[in-house]
Design a binder for this molecule. Structure first.
Ligand SMILES: *[C@@H]1O[C@H](CO)[C@@H](O)[C@H](O)[C@H]1NC(C)=O
Ligand SMILES: *[C@@H]1O[C@H](CO)[C@@H](O)[C@H](O)[C@H]1NC(C)=O
Ligand SMILES: *[C@@H]1O[C@H](CO)[C@@H](O)[C@H](O)[C@H]1NC(C)=O
Ligand SMILES: *[C@@H]1O[C@H](CO)[C@@H](O)[C@H](O)[C@H]1NC(C)=O
Ligand SMILES: *[C@@H]1O[C@H](CO)[C@@H](O)[C@H](O)[C@H]1NC(C)=O
Ligand SMILES: *[C@@H]1O[C@H](CO)[C@@H](O)[C@H](O)[C@H]1NC(C)=O
Length: 272
């Protein structure tokens, strides 16, 4: 298992610059958790693809909230075509989803301006775009974040693992492939998949993350795994919100329009 972990991390590094913070935050704040920028490409990126990318990012930012926190789109033709997607963590508010999306776009534009294949992870959202279509294609690329010395009590470890395996099994069956769960009011877990992949692939993605990182996260008290298509979180306090405004249908009818306007204005300001 350990070998597999290194193999995967190495092939990621061989074609992108992967940046992961090594600190582990205890509070549920919206931090940047990692980024992948493909090798800078100065040759082909012309004005047209820049324009397409900008309009793609604007579209992601203005549509993600109204699509229950997951939106994908493509803009342009042939070699100038760009594909993008954004996913918000299922429990965050519409406002925080929108803000997180704008923040991740800012980071992508700042840190990966010459890259055609970009992934930005925040605690509350995940942004990805590329000149090649990735829609519906499950990739098990992932990175785990934990504190190497923050061990869990040994009697909790086997139960905690079973608990997370259970969530990995049931999250794919949820309407939005997002699930939170509690173990004995003392451990909290959450899992989520991007909604372009099938439930079967969601399951395979979570299972694969779990087996790849089992030795890294297995005895830890808190950990997070961030991938291209699926995500897992484990902690000893309730880090997620109980209210899932983003995933509920009620929100859309009552205030969807307002959010849309706010998001559009915010996206417009970002362009200026
Ligand atoms: C938006 O997110 C950034 C980065 O997480 C944070 O610093 C900022 O305070 C947030 N703004 C709002 C209005 O929530
Ligand atoms: C995407 O960009 C990469 C790097 O610039 C290039 O090698 C590849 O051929 C491009 N793919 C498409 C479909 O244009
Ligand atoms: C959004 O995030 C902020 C921290 O950035 C948090 O204080 C707030 O409760 C969150 N929820 C809403 C609805 O804004
Ligand atoms: C990691 O965990 C240890 C032990 O619980 C703690 O002392 C240390 O402050 C933690 N480090 C970070 C960066 O949170
Ligand atoms: C959960 O509760 C059961 C029954 O009370 C107990 O046997 C078990 O050790 C607890 N597990 C954890 C992780 O606290
Ligand atoms: C969420 O709901 C549970 C049970 O209803 C409650 O015990 C918990 O304190 C709530 N947590 C938050 C963060 O609101």
């Amino acid at each position: 298992m350990e070998t597999l972990y290194y193999v995967i991390v190495l092939c990621v590094i061989s074609f992108v610059v992967l940046v992961l913070p090594n600190d582990f935050s205890i509070a549920d704040t919206d931090l940047q958790r990692g980024s992948e920028c493909s090798q800078a490409d100065y040759s082909v990126k012309g004005e047209e693809s820049e324009r397409n990318l900008q309009s793609l990012l604007d579209s992601l930012a203005s549509n993600v909230v109204d699509h229950h926190g997951f939106y994908q789109a493509s803009v342009g033709k042939k070699s100038n075509k760009v594909y993008g997607a954004v996913l918000c963590r299922g429990d965050v508010s519409a406002k925080n989803c929108s803000n997180c999306t704008l923040e991740s776009i800012k980071v992508a534009t700042r840190d990966c301006s010459k890259s055609r294949d970009v992934a930005i992870w925040f605690t509350w959202c995940f942004l990805r775009y590329s000149n090649e279509s990735f829609f519906g294609v499950m990739e098990s690329t992932a990175a785990a974040i934990t504190n190497d010395t923050d061990f869990d009590e040994s009697y909790v470890v086997p139960e905690g693992l079973e608990f997370m395996i259970g969530i990995a099994g049931s999250a794919p069956e949820q309407p939005y492939m997002f699930q939170t769960s509690v173990l004995n009011s003392s451990r909290y877990g959450m899992a989520q998949c991007t909604r372009d992949i099938s439930r079967v692939d969601c399951r395979a993605c979570l299972d694969s993350q779990f087996s790849i990182f089992r030795n890294v996260i297995g005895n830890k008290r808190r950990w997070e795994i961030y991938g291209h298509n699926c995500f897992m979180w484990y902690n000893d306090y309730q880090f997620y919100s109980n209210v899932t405004t983003l995933l509920s249908d009620a929100r859309k009818t009552s205030c969807g329009g307002i959010f849309e306007i706010v998001v559009t204005i915010a996206a417009f300001l970002l362009v200026l």
